[in-house]
Design a protein around this ligand. Sequence first.
Ligand SMILES: NC(=O)CC[C@H](N)C(=O)O
Length: 241
Amino acid sequence: MQQGEDLQQDVHIGILALQGAFAEHQVMLKKVPSKRKIVIILVRTQDDLASCNALIIPGGESTTIALLARLAGILEPLREFAKKKPIWGTCAGAILLASAIENPKKGGQELLSGMSVTVARNGWGSQVVESFEAPLEVEGLRESERPFHGIFIRAPVVTAIHTTPSDPPIVVISRISTSLLPSSQTIVSPDEDDTDPRDPRTIVALRQGKHLLTSFHPELTKDNRFHEYFVTECVFPSLLS
Ligand SMILES: NC(=O)CC[C@H](N)C(=O)O
């Protein structure tokens, strides 16, 4: 336990509130049962961020969120935050958490480089079929035998993992089965078998160190088990280290 760390102390969890589904995250986070009081902070400024123990970056439009973060002067503070404190990125937030992107928009895409993954934006297919829903098995969720309803909206695809020996290991907690995808929605595979369960493109939720990445939107369901997971598995342990 850190010096001065007190179990009675409130935990401040920020939600980056520049664009996207931050209000939905707020509703879900409010419902998380916790032994410590959770104070939710909608983060728009460097001061807001400075008061947070952890941060959620919502889905939305990654390029817009990054641009607004730069304009608000919090892009660099966010990068620093990612080196020290837990961040959960959902969809566009997952893109921001990555350290490389295969297909950035013209003009580039700022990243926080919090996780050793490469992503492809809108990686699940053409404009028409790129949004879908699928039941997911997730390791470590409460009542993990009950599938989690994955809502994918123009979601990113994890295309590569590139940890170095000094990086915390990647822990995959959910993969999508390619058979769950509509038939028009095949993952473009290179040369090998695209049903290979180890194909990074089937990864839809993973952890690395304190951080959590989901390519789908738990905040758009009524199931707050992912919010609970982030609080208990990422936020609380980070307060003790
Ligand atoms: N639902 C989402 O967050 C979509 C992400 C969006 N396709 C992007 O590139 O940022």
